[in-house]
Design a protein around this ligand. Structure first.
Ligand code: BEZ
Ligand code: FE
Length: 314
């Protein structure tokens, strides 16, 4: 009996024939260490979103270079995957471990600073951080936002202007900070009064604003998760130098997210998230004036800081 020879047709005529002597140079379809970047980038289709393609191309190029430089073992690679998985599991509406990771790697500050280049004397920006809360109470100028009575008393006052020095009336200044024990109200619900050390103020017709608060203190970023483990492995400090957060918004102007830092904090030059810019270090001078303290409703002596905010036009 003669066996019938069945010839299979190629499943897809478009698939190029395999050239036995090919060195993977023209089609770049098979993976090699040498061509790894080109092989991966070569899969991008004609209809790709050009911005996503640009970013993904750069990501692949840098990631492959990183792997070729660091040469992780299989165990180390799995540890890296485990680290990212834990970072994801720790992230929710309230805690964002991925942003914290970006913060401690200096990436948040880099993105933030590249997007807010200040060239005409506008106030510099810094990281938002995880403790901003929308809809904090609105107060009249001069109000005291320190509801737990802890810490040294501080008067903060200044003006909001544009880069030409023109006062901006009606600017909203949202303020938040940690208390004397180094915690935000949202970290100590039931221990601190709700909305302790938070408030929203409005600049008057001369652009002026003022409020009373407590002298801020340094505190550690949340370091009981994957980011904390990374800091520990790197023998890095988890502290943020003492600061007050400001978010300032006004019609026709870019919203400014920034802090002011106290000049005497031991962690000023070792911020865990690299948020300090020299221009944001303020002068919190000690005022010893019985009459002024009484007029302001503050104990004597107290601290005073003049902090003028310059907004960029949109
Ligand atoms: C903060 O200042 O509130 C902060 C910023 C970045 C990471 C953690 C905390
Ligand atoms: Fe903070």
């Amino acid at each position: 009996m003669v066996k019938k020879i069945v010839r299979r047709k190629p499943a897809d005529k478009k698939v190029p024939a395999i050239k036995t002597k090919s060195r993977n140079s023209e089609a770049q379809c098979f993976f090699t260490v040498r061509d790894s970047v080109k092989v991966v980038q070569g899969r991008v289709g004609q209809k790709a979103n050009q911005r996503v393609k640009f970013i993904a191309d750069a990501l692949v190029r840098h990631l492959h270079a990183f792997i070729k430089e660091t040469r992780p073992t299989m165990d180390e690679w799995m540890q890296g995957i485990g680290f990212l998985t834990r970072t994801g599991h720790l992230s929710n509406d309230w805690r964002q471990e991925f942003i914290l990771l970006s913060d401690v790697l200096g990436v948040s500050m880099l993105v933030e600073t590249l997007n807010h280049q200040k060239t005409s004397g506008e106030t510099e920006s810094t990281v938002l951080g995880p403790f901003y809360v929308k809809n904090a109470p609105q107060y009249p100028n001069g109000a005291n936002i320190c509801l737990d009575g802890k810490g040294e008393a501080v008067l903060v006052r200044g003006r909001v202007t544009n880069a030409r020095g023109k006062p901006i009336a009606g600017a909203l200044l949202e303020i938040w900070q940690a208390n004397e024990d180094g915690f935000y109200d949202v970290q100590q619900k039931g221990t601190q009064p709700d909305m302790n050390l938070r408030g929203v103020f409005t600049s008057d017709e001369d652009g002026k604003y003022s409020f009373r608060t407590a002298y801020p203190r340094h505190y550690p970023i949340p370091y009981d998760g994957s980011v904390g483990d990374l800091l520990k492995a790197l023998d890095r400090n988890p502290n943020r130098p003492a600061h007050m957060h400001f978010m300032v918004s006004a019609e026709g102007h870019e919203t400014l997210v920034t802090h002011i830092f106290t000049p005497d904090c031991p962690w000023l030059r070792d911020d865990a998230v690299f948020g300090v810019k020299e221009s944001l270090i303020a002068d919190f001078r000690i005022v010893d004036d019985q009459q002024r303290a009484a007029d302001l409703g503050l104990p004597n002596p107290f601290r005073e800081v003049e902090w003028n905010v310059v907004l960029a036009a949109t």
